[in-house]
Design a protein around this ligand. Structure first.
Ligand code: ADP
Ligand code: ZN
Length: 220
């Protein structure tokens, strides 16, 4: 059974956490453009250096750069049985490019999960977020603190705040989302692929709703 799923939602909606869990459960790669770009930034590759300027201000990295990254990633053999896309597509041009690249491979998207979260809650989540630079786990100062303050529960690394989780960059990211990414809801609704999942409930609740939306059994 193929499992090609896209997670759509505003910054802070919880795409990363939920996409990672679903991909691990299915044994397919989580393709997260934000993570891939942050890796390029950390490695100081030319692509990373260009991307950093856009990311720190809260703006989008140019379409051609991101599309190239995804195309390369999806061509790898581990994506044959499916993938979970997280943070891509983010613009109509990216959605069209994705359709074209899948079509060339005789593939298509099975489901688009929209995680719906209100602006107030998004702001609260993003400004309190702390992440593990080593394994990618996410925590929240108030609602999901790590067992030991400042340390990752999974691997013990020191938690950091993303450079684009500052108030200013967060406001820009939410505006960019409304203008550039929200139109994709209609794009996928028109194609009969969109499933809206309320993203403000408790995490296991949200996870169960997602399993239902993608038409697979809720794990025991
Ligand atoms: P969030 O969804 O919380 O904003 P991400 O980790 O998905 O976090 O993305 C962080 C940043 O990386 C974005 O603000 C943007 O600058 C860049 N980025 C990620 N994915 C894309 C994309 N598909 N197109 C353009 N820029 C992207
Ligand atoms: Zn960690």
């Amino acid at each position: 059974m193929s499992a090609r799923v896209i997670f759509l939602g505003a910054p802070g909606a919880g795409k990363g956490t939920q996409a990672r869990a679903l991909a691990a459960e299915w044994g397919v790669p989580q393709v997260a453009t934000g993570d891939m770009l942050r890796e390029a930034v950390a490695a100081k590759t030319p692509l990373g250096l260009e991307a950093k300027r856009h990311m720190d201000s809260g703006g989008l990295v140019p379409d051609d750069v991101v599309i190239g990254l995804v195309e390369e990633r999806l061509a790898r053999p581990d994506g044959a049985a499916g993938f979970v896309l997280d943070g891509f597509p983010r613009t109509t041009a990216q959605a069209q490019a994705l359709d074209a690249m899948l079509k060339r491979r005789g593939q298509s998207i099975d489901r688009v999960v929209f995680l719906e979260v209100g602006r107030e809650e998004l702001l609260r989540r993003l400004t309190g977020r702390r992440v593990c630079p080593k394994c990618g786990a996410a925590f929240h100062l108030v609602s999901a603190p790590p067992r030991t303050a400042g340390r990752c529960d999974n691997c013990g690394a020191e938690l950091t705040q993303r450079s684009d989780d500052t108030r200013e960059a967060v406001a820009t990211r939410l505006d960019v989302y409304e203008k550039q990414t929200a139109p994709l809801l209609a794009y996928y609704r028109d194609r009969g692929l969109l499933a809206t999942v309320p993203g403000e409930g408790a995490m296991p609740r949200v996870a169960a709703d997602i399993r239902r939306a993608v038409g697979r059994a809720v794990p025991a």
